[in-house]
Design a protein around this ligand. Sequence first.
Ligand SMILES: C[S@@+](CC[C@H](N)C(=O)[O-])C[C@H]1O[C@@H](n2cnc3c(N)ncnc32)[C@H](O)[C@@H]1O
Length: 268
Amino acid sequence: MPYVVKSIANSKWDTYWGFEMTNNRECPHGKGSPDWCNKCKSENPGGNQRNLSNDFDLTDAYSVETPEDNLDLYARWADTYESSFVADEGYVYHHGVAAAFLENFISRNGPILDVGCGTGLVGEALCANSSFQSSIEGLDLSSEMLEHARLKKTAAGQPIYRDLHTGDLTTSLNLPDNAYSGIISCGTFTHGHVGPEAFDELYRVAQPGALFALGINPDHFSNQGFETRFREDVSAGIITAPVYKKVQVYSTGAHAEERFPVGIFQLI
Ligand SMILES: C[S@@+](CC[C@H](N)C(=O)[O-])C[C@H]1O[C@@H](n2cnc3c(N)ncnc32)[C@H](O)[C@@H]1O
């Protein structure tokens, strides 16, 4: 069926799921938006919704499904991620995750790895605590996001990240075994981003005793089997039983009351 787009003058979207659309993108199956409608997607599996502007938000972040979608989104979002999304939404998740990490971390040899580090907000939050003396490395799929992390500096003017790695957490990582004394993550274990499949590699690169503090979207946690994965890993003697600290994600707006769990455990 040919696309019939009545008006996209005020829309940030360029293609639709193959049915007649107005610029308010109503789903004909009553789901409000075709973003959230599996029927729309199955009727036009080749269809794609692509936000052409640089004005991204939570809907865009939650609409991705594959690493390729993530690469495309974050390549175009990197320059405005902090100035628009973080500032406008009062995004404070990284402060809560960093605090949860620091409350449990005993300093030891080996750097911390920030997985899905993006523009480097977690590293910045860790280094804002003067008691934190470890070095930090970052890993992300998006080289554009990493370019922003590369510019982040401590109060003393040193780079926050001593090394930055481009890598896909859903595949094997080009990082050494037993290298990291801690693994931290915020905003990466979420819809369409990264699921529990990342843990085999994260356990491989972490030292025995390494501290993990992972912010996980609660719906993603339930839908993607994180609980089962952790239970199996505890039974297998790979990790300690996770404890969950709930932290604020947004300081303002409709989501200000939400709290997301940070899973905290150690590699055995
Ligand atoms: C919502 S951002 C969070 C960035 C940062 N941690 C923060 O809190 O601001 C999610 C990050 O996950 C990264 N990401 C998505 N899928 C990934 C994957 N498969 N492997 C590595 N990083 C990924 C994205 O490139 C993006 O930088």
